[in-house]
Design a protein around this ligand. Structure first.
Ligand code: FAD
Ligand code: AMP
Length: 478
């Protein structure tokens, strides 16, 4: 096997493997280096997303949603189910099967595209030399015209709450509890905390979420965040804001968590505790001091708008660089870098990246929030429409939440969309397409939406921007 490639990608998560496939499609001789090894001694591809992130969390969210429906919510439909049982081992086995199907799929795709997969831990040295240390202690060096760093991220830690893999776990541990904890504490009411807290709450745990910030989901549109908070509280998630965890003490009987809230100091006992306080870029040992790669003030690899680092021929994509830590953001960066390596002038519109919280109902957003537009002094119009007035939502018993659309007051161009409610992720994706096509709310107003669909809430919210929604009484416009 040759030790020289046109492109070496370090990391096989959604940023790395997508970049490698696009490089291979463009005819570049490409290798992927992955340090994760599976139980079959083969490289375990797919990164955080496929192994311990997006996919297993969604598998458990779907399973737990079905359980909660069967156990409690189907009586409205006239369906009675007696003796609903829960088999956590089977639920976990299903999740694992989905993970291995997808990671195996990535392996097949890399093979079919003629990409070389190298197992081991890579370090980038000067002159785009990549040293790969194998588990058996051996080491080999490869060179490439271009190196793409896609080493991803790992759960962030906080000193008061060290993860011990037993009572105190990170997101990875929370994806494989063998039983439902009676009382579950979650530090951090961000995306990951909300998703994992929801899984175990639906399966029967009493969940308390401790969030240091006073504001719930501060990056979301304030109106949608407030609405979501009310829905989650009704579901039984006890979300305590302004609650900063200061100490954790583990005993045979449980885990005592001390937190400050205002001037008070409180302690709560839980059976298990999930630490979900964000993620950190995985840069340790990834590059040598003379590689030319630098990091920014937050520890992310420094890149320009096109994901080029300060070292010639070295690129970085995904969670390891600035921007939202989202699989689809990393994948599209990977495609952009492959195209640039091939000499094309590809770019990524960072203003139009959707973000989704996969609770039930989902919370999803794209573009500007109302508070951002206010802060930027933009003259804007806003339209909201509640799912309670959507026939399909009523038929499905999914009436909570709303669609909100924001547009420029002069040009009418759509600037943002925010949804909490059924199929929020898919509805926001419609607005992603609209914004990319430079659509106005008038464009949406003039389009025909199928009936009865959840999408009609998008149509009505676009009409509401101009005070002309049909199925509600419009408030007078500013
Ligand atoms: P990663 O997926 O972290 O992959 C990096 C890979 O590089 C890993 O396989 C690692 O082993 C390998 N690696 C690292 N260092 C080296 C080295 N030196 N040598 C060789 N290999 C190395 N995002 C979404 O968009 N939607 C979601 O629904 C979603 N849900 C999530 C749920 C959870 C519980 C978590 C934890 C995350 C979730 N995310 C979600 C975030 C998403 O998983 C990440 O944004 C995404 O995986 C980042 O992709 P990446 O390729 O940059 O890095
Ligand atoms: P995210 O980055 O979306 O995954 O959210 C992580 C959340 O954890 C943030 O909202 C942080 O405010 C919160 N957080 C961080 N440290 C603490 C702490 N010591 N106690 C409580 N919450 C915390």
């Amino acid at each position: 096997m040759s030790d020289s490639f046109e492109v070496i990608v370090i990391g096989s998560g959604p940023a790395g493997y997508v970049c490698a496939i696009r490089c291979a499609q463009l005819g570049l001789k490409t290798a992927v280096i992955e340090q994760n090894v599976g139980s079959n001694d083969q490289p375990q591809l797919g990164g955080t997303c496929l192994n311990v992130g997006c996919i297993p969390s969604k598998a458990l969210l779907d399973s737990s949603h079905r359980y909660a429906e069967a156990a409690g919510h189907l009586s409205d439909h006239g369906i009675g189910i007696s003796d609903v049982t829960l088999d956590i081992a089977s639920m976990m086995a299903r999740k694992e099967k989905i993970v291995s199907q997808l990671t195996g799929g990535v392996s097949g795709l890399l093979k079919a595209n003629g990409i070389t997969v190298i197992t081991g831990t890579a370090t980038l040295n000067a002159g785009r030399q990549v040293a790969v240390a194998s588990a058996d202690g051996s080491s080999q060096t490869y060179t490439a015209d271009h190196v793409v760093l896609a080493a991803g991220s790992e759960p962030a830690a906080i000193p008061p709450a060290p993860v011990n893999g037993d009572r105190v776990v990170d997101s990875t541990g929370a994806l494989c509890f063998e039983a439902v904890p009676q009382r579950l504490g979650v530090i951090g009411a961000g995306v990951i905390g909300l998703e994992l807290g929801s899984v175990w709450a639906r399966l029967g745990a009493e969940v308390v979420m401790l969030e240091a910030m006073d504001q719930f989901l501060p990056n979301m549109d304030e109106q949608i965040a407030a609405e979501s908070g009310k829905i989650f509280a009704k579901q039984g998630l006890d979300i305590r804001l302004g609650a900063r965890v200061t100490g954790v003490s583990v005993s045979d009987d449980g885990v005592d968590v001390t937190y400050s809230q205002g001037d008070a100091s409180e302690t709560e006992r839980f059976d298990r505790l999930i630490v979900a306080v964000g993620r950190s870029p995985r840069t340790t040992g990834l590059f040598s001091a003379d590689s030319g790669v630098t990091v920014d003030e937050r520890g992310f690899i420094f890149v320009n708008d096109y994901c080029a680092t300060e070292a010639p021929g070295v690129w970085a994509v995904g969670d390891i660089v600035r921007g939202p830590m989202l699989a689809h953001k990393g994948s599209e960066e990977g495609v952009m870098v492959a195209e640039r390596i091939h000499g094309k002038s590809a770019q990524l519109n960072y203003d139009v990246i959707p973000s989704i919280i996969y609770t039930h109902p989902e919370v999803a957003a794209v573009g500007k929030t109302e508070q951002e537009l206010k802060a930027e002094g933009v003259d804007y119009k806003a339209g909201t429409f509640p799912f309670a007035a959507i026939g399909r939502a009523l038929a499905s018993g999914e009436t909570e939440g709303m669609v909100k659309i924001l547009s420029d007051a002069d040009s009418d161009q759509i600037l943002g969309a925010h949804v909490v409610g059924p199929s929020a992720a898919d509805l926001v994706q419609q607005i992603v397409i609209a914004i990319e096509m430079a659509a106005s709310t008038e464009d949406l107003q003039l389009m025909v939406f199928g009936h009865p669909t959840m999408s009609e809430a998008v149509h009505e919210a676009a009409l509401a921007v101009d005070g002309r929604a049909i199925h509600m009484v419009n408030r007078p416009k500013r």
